[in-house]
Ligand binder design. Structure first.
Ligand code: MG
Ligand code: MG
Length: 240
C-alpha cells in the first residue's frame, strides 16, 4: 500500500502541475494514466463499477465522480481530482481540490478548510481509537467553519480492494463505531460544501453535485496504522 500510495502521490503532483486555464479534464486524465502506468502500477478506477477513466474530475459545484471529457477548466474554477492506483494487488486512493488561475477568496477558504478537515481526521487515527472519533473531528471543524459536510458519500477501508469495510463517514459521534487496529488502512475523504450538505446525481449516472449549486471541495488520503505508527501513504497535494 505504501508503494501504491507513492504512485498516487506522483500522479497527483504531475496533474497538479499541469492544471491551468484551458486544459481539458480528458488531458489531465491522460497525464494521470501515463504517470501511474510509468510507475508499473494500474489505474484503480478504470472499469471499476463501469467508470470509464483513470481519475474523477469534479468542477465547482460538482462534488465527486465527475467524468473527464472535453470540458476545459477556466480561470476562477476550482477542480477536484480523485486518483487510485494498484500495486501488487494493493490499492491507494487520494484526492485534492485546487484553484485554476485566480480564484475567489470564498473558494480559497473552502479549499483550505477542506484540507484542514482532512488533517483533523488524520490526527484522530491511532490504535484503539474509533471511526466515530475521525468522523466527529471532521464534522466539528467543517461545521465550525460554516460549511455543509456531505453525508451521502463517505470514506472507507482500503487494502486488497478500493472500497472495504468499515465506512468512514465525515459526520458522527466520538467513541462510536468500529475500533482502529494495527494493520488497518482507511481512506479519509471529507467533502465540504459552501451551502447545503445535500447532493444530487446528474443524468450521466456518475457526477454528484451540490443540490443548491454552491461550490464543493474534496481532499482524501489513504492512511495506515503500521507497526511503526500512523502513516499517510498518499501525501496530500497542496499548491495553492
Ligand atoms: Mg478517492
Ligand atoms: Mg475514496
Amino acid at each position: 500500500m505504501r508503494q501504491a500510495g507513492k504512485v498516487v502521490a506522483g500522479a497527483k503532483a504531475a496533474v497538479a502541475q499541469a492544471i491551468k486555464p484551458g486544459i481539458t479534464t480528458r488531458e489531465l486524465d491522460r497525464i494521470a494514466e501515463e504517470e501511474i502506468r510509468k510507475q508499473g502500477a494500474v489505474p484503480a478506477f478504470k472499469g471499476l463499477y463501469g467508470f470509464p477513466a483513470t481519475v474523477c474530475t469534479s468542477i465547482n459545484e460538482e462534488i465527486v465522480h465527475g467524468i473527464p471529457g472535453d470540458r476545459a477548466v477556466k480561470n476562477g474554477d476550482i477542480l477536484s481530482v480523485d486518483f487510485g492506483a494498484i500495486v501488487g494487488g494493493f490499492y491507494a486512493d487520494s484526492a485534492f481540490t485546487i484553484g485554476v488561475g485566480v480564484i475567489s477568496p470564498e473558494a480559497q477558504a473552502l479549499i483550505d478548510a477542506t484540507h484542514e478537515a482532512l488533517q483533523k481526521g488524520i490526527e484522530q487515527v491511532k490504535e484503539g481509537a474509533r471511526i466515530g472519533d475521525i468522523s466527529a473531528a471532521v464534522q466539528a471543524y467543517a461545521e465550525h467553519k460554516g460549511y455543509g459536510v456531505v453525508r451521502q458519500y463517505v470514506g472507507h477501508g482500503i487494502g486488497r480492494a478500493l472500497h472495504e469495510e468499515p465506512q468512514v463517514p465525515n459526520y458522527g459521534t466520538p467513541g462510536r463505531g468500529p475500533l482502529l487496529k494495527t494493520g488497518m488502512a482507511i481512506a479519509i475523504e471529507p467533502m465540504l460544501n459552501v451551502g447545503t450538505w445535500k447532493t444530487r446525481q446528474l443524468d450521466d449516472g456518475w457526477t454528484v453535485v451540490t443540490e443548491d449549486g454552491a461550490l464543493s471541495a474534496h481532499f482524501e488520503d489513504t492512511v495506515g496504522i503500521t507497526e511503526n505508527g500512523v502513516e499517510v501513504f498518499t501525501e496530500s497535494e497542496r499548491n495553492n
